[in-house]
Design a protein around this ligand. Structure first.
Ligand SMILES: NC(=O)c1ccc[n+]([C@@H]2O[C@H](COP(=O)([O-])OP(=O)(O)OC[C@H]3O[C@@H](n4cnc5c(N)ncnc54)[C@H](O)[C@@H]3O)[C@@H](O)[C@H]2O)c1
Length: 441
């Protein structure tokens, strides 16, 4: 068994003097970290500093922190402050280079499920060390520290760094993935246009920050609603990052649609494939049963109840969130987190032969005749390299076309309503109606 050499970082010493309020916390963690080192070090030859920092104006001591590396402004506390000089050990010679994953809204309900999946290796693989960069609002900073503490206590070997903060320019530094969940809930009496504006401003600011400090090829998944238009705002504010790298999460809708088709057909859901969600993550979304398959057969061959498919199926998918709130008393967070994992895994693993997945992506030369320059959910395939291509072999009928058109019209209206945030002039809000999904206000 290899022996770990335990070297507290020099920056830790600096930090403990600068962050006096956290000094005792750091100290009490050291013995704990020694225990962690016994557990994790024999498994690795990976040299790393595990670091958790707070980057909030409120949390910082008045003294300006001078880190050894000026690019590394963040300082740390707790178990993640401790630097290990891990000695050679063959077992983890196959570990990959660490990736940096930024998550906004990290103190929220969805993130509370998602972060632990990422840290465990479930998302990026058991050989992929992770640095988590967690962004919260000023109001959620205390809760964010609580999240970091739970991550500490989970002793995940793959989790090499954790930073927390409220400044996206610090938290998004060098991020290779940005999972943007943070958003304001819709207040009482707030018009949908108001929500588009208030959350659009968040996504404009975060787009600018990603553009300035993230990895130039960062992959961005926007979850906070209204997610399609937030993704459009974000990408417009990040001109140096390829627009193709931005996604709006419609995978929960796809998963719900698969479940409903499986229920109706009386098969387990692994038999349902090729399900596309077209359009907006709203009640105008179009779960496509024309191209979907059950046991490799067209859904319409298996479910002959056209009335159910055309009238009830879509509504069931849309109302799922609302029904869940009635039962559970809160909105779907666990299944949303699972769908974010699915969305990432669909980009980092090759798509199974003949199948595809849905994701909201920037329309720029799409083969379906959908308006360009919006973020629209469409069928995609990936080679597992983080990139995707649109699926060409899909069919349309009048029903599908007319439904898609409605969602397209809505997204074009949303785009006009946020023109002030995308750099395209004065906003004009003529939204067709209230189409937020129940439970995701
Ligand atoms: N696309 C989807 O499929 C889908 C599904 C479910 C929920 N959602 C949306 O996801 C969002 C989050 O849901 P939740 O249940 O986690 O909500 P939540 O209220 O539990 O968490 C949101 C968190 O975001 C934080 N936040 C607010 N403004 C922020 C900012 N500027 N920067 C960073 N963090 C900020 C809040 O403090 C809060 O902790 C909502 O907009 C919801 O509608 C989307």
């Amino acid at each position: 068994m290899a022996v770990a050499e335990f070297i507290p970082s020099s920056s830790l010493n600096k930090r403990t003097s600068l962050y006096s309020s956290q000094l005792s916390y750091v100290s009490t963690q050291i013995s704990h970290q020694r225990r962690l080192s016994v557990r994790s070090l024999p498994r690795t030859n990976y040299s790393s500093q595990i670091c958790c920092s707070v980057t909030s104006k409120e949390a910082q001591a008045p003294t300006v922190v001078q880190a050894d590396d000026p690019k590394k402004k963040n300082e740390c506390y707790g178990v993640f402050c401790l630097t290990y000089d891990l000695k050679a050990e063959e077992e983890t010679g196959s570990w990959k280079k660490m990736i940096s994953v930024a998550v906004s809204g990290a103190a929220g309900m969805i993130a509370n499920h998602l972060l632990f999946k990422i840290a465990s290796g479930e998302v990026f693989g058991p050989d992929q060390p992770i640095a988590l960069r967690l962004l919260g609002s000023e109001r959620s900073l205390q809760a964010l520290e609580g999240v970091a503490m739970e991550l500490e206590d989970s002793l995940y070997p793959l989790l090499r760094e954790v930073n927390i903060g409220t400044d996206p320019y610090e938290v998004f530094q060098d991020a290779e993935w940005a999972l943007l969940i943070g958003a304001k809930p819709r207040g009482p009496g707030m018009e949908r246009a108001g929500l588009l504006d208030i959350n659009g401003q968040i996504y404009a600011a975060q787009g600018k920050a990603l553009n300035a400090v993230a990895s130039p090829n960062v992959k961005v998944i926007v979850v906070g609603n209204p997610c399609n238009t937030n993704a459009l705002i974000c990408l417009k504010n990040a001109p140096n990052i390829p627009a193709k790298n931005f996604h709006a999460l419609t995978r929960l809708d796809e998963n719900r649609a698969k479940c409903q088709l499986a229920l109706k057909a009386g098969v387990f859901y692994d038999k349902v494939s090729n399900v596309t969600i077209w359009g907006n993550h709203s009640t105008t979304q179009v779960p496509d049963f024309l191209n979907a398959k059950i046991n490799g057969l067209s859904v319409k061959e298996v479910i002959k109840d056209t009335k159910w498919l055309e009238e009830e199926f879509t509504e069931k998918v849309q109302k799922r969130g609302g029904v869940l709130i009635q039962k559970w008393g809160r909105s779907s967070a666990a299944s949303t987190a699972v769908s974010i994992v699915d969305a990432i895994r669909s980009l980092v693993t090759p798509t199974p032969e003949g199948d595809w997945f849905s994701t909201g992506v920037y329309t720029n030369g799409n083969p379906y005749g959908i308006a360009e320059d919006i973020v629209f959910s469409m069928p995609c395939r990936s080679k597992g390299d983080g990139d995707y291509e649109l699926v060409k072999e899909v069919i349309f009928d009048d029903y599908l076309r007319s439904r898609i058109k409605k969602s397209e019209d809505e997204l074009l209206a949303e785009k006009r309503c946020v023109a002030h945030l995308t750099g395209e002039g004065i906003a004009v809000c003529d939204l067709p109606g209230d189409t937020m999904l129940p439970g995701e206000m």
